[in-house]
Design a binder for this molecule. Structure first.
Ligand SMILES: Cc1ncc(COP(=O)(O)O)c(C=O)c1O
Length: 443
């Protein structure tokens, strides 16, 4: 490996909390006089581990080596360039510059918020019971959910494979992360573990915030099927009602799921009468505008008064976090979501990207089955994970072949979104030799 992989899993070791008395003692020590940074901020890692692996791939490519960089979660075209949607570029260029230069409203443009509500909850007839605030990408939406639906010291609940920044967001805000086992022995979603996780957390803290990243979970690529959604909803209905609960659907990759995966909203719709259903919506992947930082936290809830309180709380958090978001992007995305012609055109752009990704997924599945790789059901989305008992060794062996994947706990994450079709067979062959002699553990 060109550079040691420091990323050992989606759940990095939390930095040990420092008590008030310890802090006081440190303030009085000589040591603190030399450091203005608070103790918990002093040993932050300097580099995001995935970007470090990507950097190592770029360095090897710069030396003329033919590398496969399956590390980053951005959709690349077959020539290795960033995939963009031409209609989105046109819409950005057509925004009135004077409007774009002005501040956006704190909670987002009204038209934008309505369009995102319609996009997310419209298909289930929930739009009139929903609100949205504009956020800096899906990351901002997740942040707002964590700081408004959990008290300090409480933990969010999610699957044991999860996007690393959930921990960063929670840690930074003085909240924690509690996980439940994602896969059972059949490599299917572990419903019993979800139920137990909810039950245990309800016994330990005053409220529950569950984050589910479906369709197209990062890092595993897994999407829940219809029967799994029905079971999840039943489990959620069974949770002790004396503890308030909110559920977040992280929709970062939802537009890239296999046909039918968007049916989640119909399964979950009824729940919104009793439980706030939050959706962390993002234009980063769905409009291939990662840098525009456009997103929204959409909340469906049957109680109008509670909805107003939630809207006010989220708006307050916008003001106290970033004030307001990128106006240019918000205006362009509003047009793309609400004008039928533009919408049809951008859908065609996305469909082209979907079929490009779909071809890669198909080749991957064919090759991976032939090589006997162990991985969960994978029908679409940017990533898949290959289970291995020694992720570091697997990633190192792959790097020796010029193939860059991300080691996480119990697996390596493979970004098919960044791997051209012609390279998928080589990628799978490298993964197969990377796991040879090692056990393909479930987790
Ligand atoms: C699972 C997951 N959720 C949310 C996000 C948020 O992305 P953004 O803030 O760019 O919308 C990402 C981005 O990589 C992600 O992988």
């Amino acid at each position: 490996m060109g550079r040691p992989a420091r990323f050992l899993g989606p759940s990095p070791e939390p930095i040990a909390p420092v008590s008030y008395t310890d802090r006081l003692a440190m303030t009085q020590s000589q040591d603190i006089l030399m450091h203005a940074l608070i103790p918990s901020a002093r040993n932050r890692p300097s580099e995001d581990p995935i970007f470090a692996i990507h950097g190592a791939a770029l360095a090897r490519a710069a030396k003329g080596e033919d590398v496969i960089d399956a590390s980053l979660g951005t959709l690349m075209d077959e020539d290795g360039g960033l995939s963009v949607m031409p209609t989105v570029i046109r819409a950005l260029a057509q925004v009135n510059p004077a409007k774009a230069a002005a501040y956006a409203p704190i909670a987002g443009e009204r038209g934008f918020n309505q369009a995102v509500v319609q996009e997310v909850f419209g298909p289930a007839g929930l739009a009139q019971d929903s609100l949205c605030v504009a956020t800096a990408g899906g990351t901002g939406a997740l942040h707002h959910a964590v700081v408004n639906f959990l008290e300090r010291g409480e933990s969010l609940l999610t699957t044991d494979y999860y996007w690393g920044p959930y921990s960063t967001i929670a840690d930074q805000a003085g909240r924690g992360v509690q996980t439940f086992r994602m896969f059972n022995a059949e490599r299917r979603f572990d419903l019993a573990a979800l139920e137990q996780g909810l039950h245990e957390l309800a016994g330990r803290q005053e409220r529950i915030l569950l984050i589910l990243n479906f369709p197209c979970h990062n890092p595993t690529g897994y999407s829940l099927g219809g029967a799994e959604w029905r079971d999840v909803v039943q489990i959620l209905r069974g949770v002790d009602r004396s503890k308030p609960m909110a559920v977040v659907l992280d929709l970062a990759y939802a537009k890239f799921g296999a046909p039918g995966t968007d049916a989640w909203v119909h399964h979950i719709a009824d729940l919104a009468q009793d439980i706030p259903i939050l959706a962390a919506w993002s234009a980063s992947k769905s409009f291939a505008q990662y840098g525009a930082r456009i997103g929204g936290l959409v909340v469906a809830h049957g109680d109008a008064e509670e909805r107003t309180r939630i809207g006010n709380a989220l708006s307050y958090t916008c003001r106290g976090t970033w004030s307001n978001c990128n106006h240019l992007g918000m205006l362009a995305i509003t047009e793309l979501l609400s004008h039928p012609e533009l919408r049809a055109s951008v859908d065609r752009d996305r469909d082209a990207l979907l079929s490009m990704l779909g071809e890669r997924v198909e080749i991957f599945n064919r090759e991976a089955v032939q090589h006997g790789l162990h991985y969960p059901r994978y029908e679409g989305g940017f990533f898949v994970t290959i289970f291995t008992s020694d992720p570091i060794q697997t990633a190192q062996r792959c790097q020796a072949d010029g193939v860059f994947v991300v080691p996480i706990r119990g697996a390596v994450r493979v970004a098919l979104c960044a791997t051209p079709k012609a390279q998928v067979a080589r990628l799978v062959a490298s993964l197969a030799s990377g796991v040879q002699g090692l056990q393909g553990a479930i987790q």
